[in-house]
Design a protein around this ligand. Structure first.
Ligand code: CA
Length: 406
């Protein structure tokens, strides 16, 4: 693509609109504005033009602003009162401290566009300027009612720190690398942490590049409120009917809910089963066991089809017994763990409280075991008298249960 050709024919550039759908209403909540060019051979995307740093900044800004004006004009003509996601690279934005864009938007506000409709989608990953100045501009924009989205959210910690400083309204997460379920544990875990961060800083998650049902399911399951991608709708030159996908998304959502309920039910059933089994075992073994360590040894023999590590703690997390660990089909005793304290572990005290209140056992979420690296779950059980049994379920056992491992 020849940039000079584009500059000479700027009237042949025009906006395309990619709809963004909402999870709570299943309707279109806004459009991302994209650039297109009518060449001799058909319509081509201006994405590469905007990203090419060899093209002078003024060229790119001029085309960007032209397309934005055309888009907002069209929205006024057609009376479209929805959100517009406007892409801006932080480097280009800061060339004039964001003034040109603000003036352009204000001129459209005078004609009826509302600042609250504007979502400024900032790419800041390759920003070379002073971040403090960028933050300052973002806060200034916010005072006008402009919403801020941060594009290309990934797993790097520098970016997370910046997110916390800016508190963007929306975090845009690209799902294009999430093609299938297997082999995505790392991405999965990053996403989980990101959804926690978003909650803490008051941001909403938007998942983009959704091209498969699996990705939409993933977005729904991981706290995504807004969705965008070819699987839902391709960008086009026209605005669409707001409820164009309402029925499809509602049906999808119901499928995902059913799927999730089956999973939760399976977890619940396993918890009940373990509760009954351990209850019976402990009541029986207690009659004969001399102390906690011998109770643990007798118990281990009866539950070795499911568990690979057992120990007992008090309510403050001090370990009262040795660790019993099953290795190469034999139980080993690891006395060095006796007396250690586990209260620092996430949710430890909270779980002790829950067991006290319910007077029954708990099954943890699935997590990676520090020693073996395998995905496991822990069943914890109140023995009474301020003693709590912790039992780690083996990967092999969990793998064989339906819908339990993750
Ligand atoms: Ca974008």
């Amino acid at each position: 693509m020849d940039p000079l050709e584009i500059m000479a024919n700027i009237d042949r550039t025009f906006p395309f609109f990619q709809p963004v759908f909402s999870a709570d209403e299943h309707t279109i909540m806004g459009y991302e504005i994209l650039g297109r060019y009518q060449s001799e051979d058909g319509i081509i995307s201006l994405g590469p033009f905007f990203l090419d740093e060899d093209i002078p900044d003024e060229y790119r800004l001029e085309v960007d602003n032209y397309i934005l004006s055309e888009a907002l004009k069209k929205s006024l003509e057609e009376n479209i009162d929805t959100w517009f996601f406007i892409n801006r690279d932080a480097n280009l934005l800061m060339l004039d401290q964001g003034e040109t864009l603000l003036e352009l938007l204000l001129s459209f506000c005078a004609k009826g566009v509302k600042m609250e409709q504007v979502v400024l989608e900032i790419s800041e990953k390759h920003f070379r300027g002073d971040f403090e100045q960028l933050f300052h501009l973002i806060h200034y924009y916010k005072t006008f009612g402009i919403k801020i989205a941060i594009d290309n959210i990934g797993g790097d910690s520098d970016q997370w720190e910046r997110l916390a400083k800016v508190s963007p309204d929306i975090l845009k997460v690209d799902l294009q690398h999430l093609r299938k379920e297997a082999g995505n544990t790392t991405f999965h875990n990053i996403l989980y942490s990101l959804s926690m961060l978003a909650r803490k800083i008051g941001s909403t998650l938007l998942f983009e590049n959704i091209e498969l049902d699996y990705q939409l399911h993933f977005a729904w399951k991981n706290g995504g409120r807004y969705y965008q991608g070819f699987y839902l709708h391709r960008p086009s030159g026209d605005f669409l009917k707001e409820d164009i996908l309402r029925e499809k998304l509602k049906t999808k959502c119901q499928d995902y809910i059913e799927h999730e309920k089956r999973h939760l039910k399976a977890v619940f059933n396993l918890t009940q089963l373990l509760q009954r089994e351990i209850n019976e075992q402990v009541n029986e073994l207690r009659k004969h066991a001399g102390n906690l360590d011998s109770l643990l040894i007798s118990l281990a023999k009866n539950v070795e089809d499911k568990f690979f590590r057992l120990y007992i703690c008090d309510a403050n997390g001090f370990q009262l017994t040795d660790n019993l660990v099953r290795k190469m089909n034999k139980w080993e005793t690891h006395p060095q763990f006796k007396g250690k304290n586990w209260s620092w572990r996430p949710y430890f005290l909270e779980n002790i409280m829950r067991m006290q209140n319910k007077n029954s056992g708990l099954l943890s979420d699935s997590y990676s075991d520090i020693e073996t690296g395998e995905t496991i779950r822990t069943f914890s059980y109140p023995l009474g008298e301020d003693q709590y049994l912790f039992m780690d379920l083996s990967y092999e056992f969990l793998y064989e249960q339906d819908g339990i491992l993750y």
